[in-house]
Design a protein around this ligand. Structure first.
Ligand code: PFF
Ligand code: NA
Length: 453
């Protein structure tokens, strides 16, 4: 038995600092960096969106990420329990409940998209995508996601994998796989970017991603899109990083870990952009064509590479694996909470909650097919769920920022974050107290049309 089993309450701990870093990076790096970043950046004009996104990461994302780790490590509890322990009877715990709700919402559609990556992986494995389908890749994708049964089966398979890892426990399940898979994905992304740049769309693609057309900033919805995507990609605002921080002992240095995780996640997104957009222009695809973007563009790239089906096999395997390490952290938020709350076993909780989330995801899966007419906020079900996550994550982040910035004493916050009395700690608190909350509120106001410019 390891030391963690001797701890009061028997909560688990990461085996090592590197284990925590890899798991947190595994949570951050996922479908958000490749699938979601490229389609949201594509829909919002490219370079200006990217700059806005990076500014939000630095001024809002990084400080709140450090706040989540500080809360989790200090409380040694889950997303809800943390607030109940650190501020009993206070309303801050709303952030915890929002977080558990966000876990259900996000994982419900995340499982659907991850299921698509599994389908593509298997299609590359078995030859189904070795050559361009008769009607092209776009029709192939559209036909697949528009059908009723098959996508749900892939979603089920992916959710079963996620539940399997979570019920095996933190250390054994999550820590190990990331060590090999993440660096491999990084290498493959870089190779594919280089390849994509040779396809003839390099100039247009790079200009789209890096030469800002500022006029898109006049569109109010770009701000919520960038804010929501930043939180989504960093796994922020829903207690996932509180939960992961709670498995951490007090030996680590949190600011350095935070900077490393946020940078890595952002670099992954940018490299993914360099991979996607040159190919988008080379193939004459509209960058704003939506959630199917990578599933249409990537096969086109593999088609151009000699032996591309091998690259396709490797790529979709790694993408599904990156999705898995993120999905695990989503499920863990809900599982950690319900386990403690109802004193259920990890196994029972993971199976039950994972099953519920699978069911909740079915309407998303069907929303490109038989349920295409069912809408809320004027959006099909899956887009509606994504919209909710764009709202819930920043709202949770807002409460977390206010809690650490105002709810804790200054000295307490600085100690919990490992900043001590350094000047940069004071700057961090300034960002949490003023900059992040005001910026998030302004984005919400812009979204509901109350800001006019
Ligand atoms: N950060 C993940 C990604 O970029 O794919 C998605 C995610 C994981 C969001 C965990 C939120 C979360 F709590
Ligand atoms: Na991410």
């Amino acid at each position: 038995m390891s030391e963690r089993d001797l701890r009061p309450g028997g909560r688990e701990q990461w085996a090592s600092k590197i284990g925590f870093m890899l798991a947190a990076m595994g949570s951050a790096v996922g479908l958000g960096n490749i699938w979601r970043f490229s389609y949201v950046a594509g829909e919002n004009g490219g370079a200006a969106f990217l700059l806005l996104y990076i500014a939000i990461i630095i001024l809002i994302g990084v400080p709140i990420m450090l706040a989540e780790f500080s809360i989790g490590r200090k409380s040694q509890s889950d997303a809800v329990g943390s607030f109940q322990k650190l501020a009993p009877g206070k309303p801050w715990v709303t952030a915890g409940f929002l977080g558990v709700a966000s876990a259900f919402i996000i994982l419900s559609f995340y499982g659907v998209v991850a299921g698509w990556t599994l389908k593509y992986f298997v299609s590359y494995l078995t030859g189904g995508l070795w050559s361009e389908p008769a009607d092209g890749y776009e029709a192939f994708f559209g036909g697949f996601i528009g059908s009723s049964v098959e996508p749900v089966i892939w979603q089920f398979l992916f959710m079963a994998l996620t539940v399997g890892v979570v019920l095996m426990g933190i250390k054994k399940g999550i820590e190990k796989a990331n060590v090999i898979l993440m660096p491999t994905l990084a290498i493959l992304l870089i190779i594919m970017s280089v390849y994509s740049l040779t396809l003839g769309g390099a100039q247009e693609g790079l200009a789209f991603l890096f030469a800002p057309d500022w006029s898109v900033l006049a569109e109010p919805s770009i701000y919520l899109a960038a804010l929501g995507q930043a939180f989504f990609s960093l796994s922020l605002g829903m207690g996932a990083l509180i939960t992961y921080g709670s498995y951490l002992s007090s030996k680590e240095r949190l600011p350095g870990a935070t900077a490393g995780i946020a940078s890595l996640d952002t670099v992954f997104a940018i490299v993914a952009g360099v991979m996607i957009f040159p190919a988008v222009f080379a193939f004459g695809i509209d960058p704003s064509s939506g959630a199917g973007l990578v599933f249409i563009v990537l096969p086109g790239i593999f088609d151009q590479i000699t032996g591309g089906m091998l690259v396709g096999i490797a790529f979709f395997f790694l993408l599904a694996a990156a999705g898995l390490s993120s999905a695990i952290s989503l499920l863990e938020v809900a599982v950690a909470y319900f386990m403690r709350k109802f004193s259920w076993t990890r196994k029972k909780t993971a199976l039950f909650i994972g099953g519920l989330i699978f069911l909740l995801g079915i309407p998303s899966s069907l929303s490109m097919g038989v349920m295409a007419d069912v809408t809320f906020f004027g959006l099909v079900f899956m887009d509606g769920m994504e919209y909710l996550s764009d709202l819930f994550l920043p709202l949770g982040g807002l409460i977390i920022a206010l809690f650490v910035g105002w709810g804790w004493k200054k000295a307490e916050s600085l100690e919990a974050s490992d900043f001590g009395s350094s000047g940069i700690g004071a700057f961090w608190l300034f960002l949490l107290r003023f900059v992040a909350p005001v910026a998030i509120l302004l984005v919400f106001l812009a979204q509901i049309g109350l800001l006019d410019w």
